[in-house]
Design a protein around this ligand. Sequence first.
Ligand SMILES: [Zn+2]
Ligand SMILES: [Zn+2]
Length: 465
Amino acid sequence: MTRKLIKDGTVLTASDTFVADVWIEGSKIVALTDPSQRAALGKADVELDAKGKYIIPGGIDAHTHMDLPFGGTTSSDDFDTGTVAAAHGGTTTIIDFAIQPRGESMRKGLDTWHAKAEGKAAIDYGFHMIATDLRATALDEMGAMVREGVTSFKLFMAYPGVFLLDDESIMRGMLRAGELGALICMHAEAGLAIDVLVQRALADGNRAPVWHALSRPEVAEATGTERAIALAEMAKVPVYIVHLSAQRALERVMEARDRGLPAYAETCPQYLFCSEDDLRREEFEGAKFVCTPPLRPKHHHEHLWRGLNNYDLQVVSTDHCPFCIKGQKELGRGDFSKIPNGMPGVETRLHLLWEAVREGKITKNRFVEITSTAPAKIFGLYGKKGTVAVGADADLVIWDPEREKVLSAETLHMRVDYSPFEGKKVIGTPAAVLSRGELVVQDDKWVASQKQGRGQFLRRGTFGL
Ligand SMILES: [Zn+2]
Ligand SMILES: [Zn+2]
């Protein structure tokens, strides 16, 4: 078994900061030792110098959509390009969303997503299941999904006719999830009302990208969030609000948590770093920023940062769902409702959040927690993933806090023809990325002999916060 040593780095976990040598055998971390003891511990086959750099657990992106058919097209990254891009940005695990085809089985949805990922994914991956139909057969199938390591289910209160579930279905799904120890992830918006507002905006001749945001107001997300939490309270189950974007939605989560309810939520970099102003950019450029929920006015940012610091928000994931301008976003020229919803992000999450560390918005340890440790715990991967500890997978990033990088679609690896952060200079980037003990990215280049197909499917455990 190959023995690797990462020497003299400063290990960052969710709770601790310490200088250590990290010893790896095969795919696992086998020891964390004081560098002064090195001579007594024998030789390594490969040594990586991390002096002056941080060693962090590989990022876990709990919300991606690779190869997703949506809005008359398909997200532009598949499990090959999307996971390679993730690794370049320091993310070594993704949890993507399989979809139960409407009126069909979850089994069929899971088989379809396994086929999309197998032989393609370059890093480890798990699946959530999007439930589109919760009649009795599907409730039975939820048990089979959990036994196969698909331990979380996303339900939608938006997109009528595509994903939206009524309260009866949501309640049945929640009760079943409670029996199984599975977690319900909710897309919380008042979707039926929103669709009327969208039709009204179009009828009034309001067709520009910004109307995507103006027809999905903050209150639509706040009331969805409140209803999701209320249903979970009735069902006596935890609930995880995905892609929370707005102050008033956050306040619903805070109130619930103050009452002791197991309500959790994630936000995404686009809600922390972009705003409704971006949707107002000229010449259809706003289409680059169309995602759901929509970007909000800038004053929401400070609330989301406070939510992250106060533990009302637990996770920052990306909702990575890229569509090219050419041929994809363009479908909505002259009709905002036809712009495919989604933004690229899987590669730039750590870069952007490290900027927040540099600006003093979050601590280094909180950075590790929201990008890796908390999603590992919530989604049943902790111990294997999500920390730097003996016995854990050696999914590690040697993070160079000094090195600059300019974010640009040309140099990033996501298969999409724009970057929402084009030209933005960031300081701090991965010097090296290891996945299960294997060096996969070094100095921004893929260096492992295998690429496509080296990622393994992760059978996740049940909710563990
Ligand atoms: Zn969603
Ligand atoms: Zn999503």
